[in-house]
Design a protein around this ligand. Sequence first.
Ligand code: EPZ
Length: 417
Amino acid sequence: MSRLVINGTKRLKGSARVQGSKNSALPILAAAILCRGESVIHNCPELSDVRGTINILRYLGCDVGFSGGTLVCDSSGLTKNYIPNSLMREMRSSIIFLGALLARTGSASMCFPGGCEIGPRPIDLHLKALEALGAEICDDCGVFRCTAPEGLHGAKIALSFPSVGATENVMICASLAEGTTIITNAAREPEICDLADFLNGCGADISGAGDSTIVIEGKSSLRGCCHTVIPDRIAAATLLSCCAATGGRVTLTSAIPSHLGAVLSILEECGCDVDIMGGCVTLDAPNRLCAPKVVRTMPYPGFPTDAQAPVMAMAAKSRGTTLFIENIFENRYLHVSGLLRMGANIKVEGRVAVLQGARCLHGADVAAMDLRGAAALITAALGAQGRTTLEGLRYLDRGYECLEATLSELGADVKRI
Ligand code: EPZ
């Protein structure tokens, strides 16, 4: 089993390109099956979650090629409308295929995706919304079968929580439903806007993406298009956290600063200088950070839950106390045990964690237990004295494209063995 070996306290310096967004690419690849013909997706990151999605597309009968960050998907050969357990287990976020398969073929079945490390991950909002569009869903011993006997029709859908996945599933399914769909309390994440841009490029008619109300005028068919995925704002936040943890100075190219607002304001509160020039963000960090007072995760444009772990790792050596409140997922402090082994001072009570900045951290043998927790342990190791080994790289590789190579180019002493 491979692991990372990191020798800390090297200051990061230089510039790095931000990878394409995992959480934008995955729903866009699912939406590609709506289209007859070929879609070309540029800036698609090389991740195990993307490979899992490609396996599903090929299983369904699509012709998929992927090289050099460009993915070509021709879904005209799609023949199946169900996803087997083996592929669902590999990628629980494949629930995003439900709306696409239903819209393309009129029926869809897959097993319940189940929970993951960070929480039970229910899908009640997805199912309720698709039923409003005319889907009939029955649970057949853990496999749910969806049909649309009367076809799919527009509807008014008020989400009780601005769920990213549920908003995406409705946008995808409603694009081929008959009539107008209005989603209120929709998720506003940049990935929602990117999906809308892709679907509109395929001939859909979606307006309001990025606001809380999205309107979709259904079409009878869509054609493939060419699209470039936005930069990954969480990968950007992770690289900035790594820089701040080492008192470094790093410029991120190809980032979209407006997607990073809540993260940049926390970094400034920590005493970092942030300079924004065009599509670049330059962070200049002090030797020792001031602890941010409160980090409260919220739906976009609030502080992103996916950045909570790397930012906590960055703050572990700061001066002062930080209150973390995790409002999105039930179990998102799995990285704390590893941070404690490295000398951090953190107390967790349910969704709240109180961090007392330590004078310094020391290297340790640690293991990741989820994707963003892996990034957090790397962030802490970069700023720790001595050697850290990190196991559980399968989590890291789900969402980060060669992170250790990028960090090495910035001067970090990190090797995958
Ligand atoms: C997406 O997950 C992202 N994943 C997550 O990123 C991200 O943390 C999350 O949005 C929030 O921004 C992808 O885009 C592939 P939600 P998603 O539906 O769609 C509850 C990462 O690290 N909920 O907005 O699953 C749910 O339990 C991953 O890259 C219901 O109760 O997030 C959670 O508490 C982790 N019922 C909250 O809403 C539902 O039907 C937010 O979930 C759906 C969700």
